[in-house]
Design a protein. Structure first.
Length: 338
């Protein structure tokens, strides 16, 4: 009860300040939802920051080639009162395997046989990702869009594979934030090596500044199991909690890679992280990530100091567990009465 009241009061104050301070970040999320629960945590955090007026989620595109991913994302968006957010899916992409963190929430039914989580979209109905990206970008003011890529590079590499696509991105996109690579050790990282050729193409063709959150960042910015067990008591069923439990499978903190890239994308001036100097990034041997310092390069990566870890970890947990502020009762969300 205390957390619910505290979150609501804090959110109203912050939202009022945000509305006075400027326009929200226009964000596109590109995700491999279903391959790790940190994608679900990141999406929940985006909705919390949209509640505060800090971001507007324009669209979600998916690089996991499994139709449950689109359905799950629509479930989460609907849960937060935003079922209108368009979703695009990859065709002929990577990781088509089913995932319990998707299937468990979207298949849950109540005692009357109805879905616990309403949805509008089934995966097969969603448009192709690059087509949706092109449409959404064309509708936005020049230089206004931020993209957070927290999965593979498949969709965005395809977007800039043509001269027209590169020109569109150069005109509309301000910055691309990526959870990709390892900038501490010469080791391959999942989002890179799963579609290495796409990552290499993206590094060659992407025309705007890029900021990377490497493997080493999310490895220490874990999501606390204590938050999963205590901070969602305001609701009987939550699709992000279901995804976390289905993926992790035990009571333990879990690395939270994707939320760090998204947090930096929405709040780049807050000083949560330090930034490297400028440089270039390319695909190295065995799908490693190679950063080369270059004063004229348009790539940087996040640097985390030990004294920053605790505050960022707590902030993300508070945001992810924050209750929706839209009227979601009509969407079938069952609230707990205190």
């Amino acid at each position: 009860m205390d957390k619910l009241i505290r979150c609501l009061i804090l959110s109203l104050v912050v939202m009022s300040a945000s509305l006075l301070s400027g326009d929200p970040v226009r964000l596109i999320l590109d995700t491999d939802m279903g391959n790790d629960c940190d994608d679900a945590l990141a999406l929940g955090m985006i909705h919390a920051l949209e509640n505060r007026g800090e971001v507007r989620l324009l669209a979600v595109t998916i690089t996991k080639d499994n139709r449950d991913a689109a359905t799950y994302i629509d479930v989460v968006n609907t849960f937060y009162g935003r079922p209108e957010i368009p979703i695009g899916v990859v065709r002929d992409g990577k990781t088509p395997q089913d995932a319990p963190m998707l299937k468990v929430p979207i298949k849950r039914r109540d005692a009357h046989g109805k879905f616990v989580y309403p949805r509008r979209v089934e995966g097969a109905q969603a448009p192709e990702a690059v087509e949706l990206l092109t449409k959404i970008l064309n509708e936005q003011p020049d230089g206004s869009v931020t993209i957070a890529q927290i999965g593979f590079s498949t969709n965005l590499a395809r977007l800039v594979a043509t001269e027209a696509g590169r020109a569109l991105v150069a005109k509309k996109v301000k910055t691309l934030y990526l959870m990709a690579g390892n900038f501490q050790k010469p080791q391959p990282e999942y989002n890179v090596f799963t579609d290495g050729p796409a990552f290499a193409d993206l590094m060659k063709n992407w025309p705007t500044p890029m900021v990377f959150s490497g493997f080493e960042i999310g490895l220490v910015i874990t999501y606390p199991i204590e938050s999963i067990e205590r901070d969602f008591a305001w609701v009987a069923n939550h699709p992000v909690v279901d995804a976390y439990k289905a993926y992790v499978g035990k009571e333990e903190d879990h690395p939270n890679w994707d939320s760090t890239a998204v947090l930096q994308a929405i709040r780049p001036e807050r000083g949560y992280f330090n930034l490297s100097g400028p440089g270039t990034v390319e695909l190295g041997e065995k799908n490693t990530t190679v950063f080369k310092p270059d004063a004229e390069g348009h790539c940087r990566y996040l640097v985390l100091k030990p004294e920053q870890v605790g505050a960022v970890r707590e902030l993300i947990a508070d945001l992810v567990s924050e209750p929706p502020q839209r009227n979601v009762m009509g969407a079938g969300v069952q609230r707990v009465v205190f």
